[in-house]
Design a protein around this ligand. Structure first.
Ligand code: SF4
Length: 288
């Protein structure tokens, strides 16, 4: 029997951040996360309760939910209180929807597939191989998959076999975009910074890169500390792993205040800078 995946959102948009910024992409946001990231946008040491004030009973559609300004902005993709808004979908149903939303019904070099969350590498690794197989069966010319991950979940041996052999797609590009959670998230360093996990991604992908949100000097110091911690363990060092800094801000006002100094910081260290298209173009609305 084919697996099902619990789908928080499935939509077509532009990749708003990182290496493939601006690339039209199908986003599959799966349900579930191992973190809460209630510290985002809060003074250090405090946790947001904004999400808890939202009454799940009042909502029947995911994209009608209120946006939050503190804590994880995709809370409905993991908080069990909102799980009724994320249906379990058959793999075939998911791929039907992808075909409908993609211009021409296919991927190709300029249209990517993005697996996001929540944390997309938690429990769905087995289902992904079936998903990719179904896409291949329909000859949709998939060329590129990005996993947007918090960098804490090891890959399962069967999934590694699949990634390494790529039986359905010779030449398929696999990217891991790792946003490991710095202390501003409210999560603990020990839980969030897992160099051995990122090393594993590196060895089973075409590209692995870091993307960190920065909102102040403390975040900047945390980035330095995280790089040091990764550098100590990752066997290829950090030379082959690009680093992107991204200004904090789910609202345009906060974002505008952060972008220039974060850009200058990136230049100073020789790191990359990425804007956030989804804030600039769509005010961070659901489905973007
Ligand atoms: S890891 Fe990502 S999805 Fe999970 S709680 Fe943190 S910000 Fe939200």
């Amino acid at each position: 029997m084919m697996s099902k995946i619990k789908v928080a959102e499935l939509f077509y948009s532009l990749q708003g951040e990182g290496q493939y910024l601006g690339t039209p992409s199908v986003f599959l946001r799966v349900f579930g996360c191992n973190f809460k990231c209630a510290g985002f946008g809060m003074p250090r040491g405090q946790l947001s309760e904004e999400r808890l004030a939202i009454d799940p009973e009042k909502y029947t559609e995911y994209d009608k939910l209120p946006l939050v300004h503190t804590g994880c902005d995709s809370y409905a993709s993991w908080d069990p209180r909102f799980k009724h808004l994320s249906p379990m979908m058959e793999i075939t149903e998911i791929v039907d929807k992808m075909q409908e939303m993609l211009p021409g019904g296919t991927f190709g070099p300029d249209k990517h597939l993005i697996l996001t969350g929540g944390e997309p590498l938690l429990g769905w690794q087995r289902s992904y191989t079936e998903l990719f197989e179904e896409i291949a069966k329909r000859e949709m010319n998939l060329t590129h998959i990005t996993f947007e991950t918090n960098g804490t979940q090891l890959l399962k041996p069967e999934f590694i076999d699949w990634l390494d052999s790529n039986p359905y797609y010779p030449g398929l590009d696999i990217t891991f975009s790792v946003s490991s959670k710095l202390p501003s998230s409210g999560e603990s360093w020990e839980d969030a910074i897992k160099p051995e996990v990122v090393q594993q991604y590196y060895h089973h992908s075409s590209l692995t890169y870091f993307k960190w949100v920065v909102s102040n000097q403390d975040d900047y110091q945390d980035v330095i500390n995280a790089i040091e911690a990764y550098e100590k363990v990752i066997d290829v060092g950090m030379m082959n792993i690009p680093i992107y800094l991204m200004p904090a801000g789910g609202t345009t006002k906060v974002y505008d205040n952060n972008e220039k100094w974060v850009a200058e910081l990136a230049m100073k260290h020789g790191w990359r800078y990425t804007p956030r298209l989804q804030v600039q173009l769509w005010k961070n609305a659901w489905g973007t």
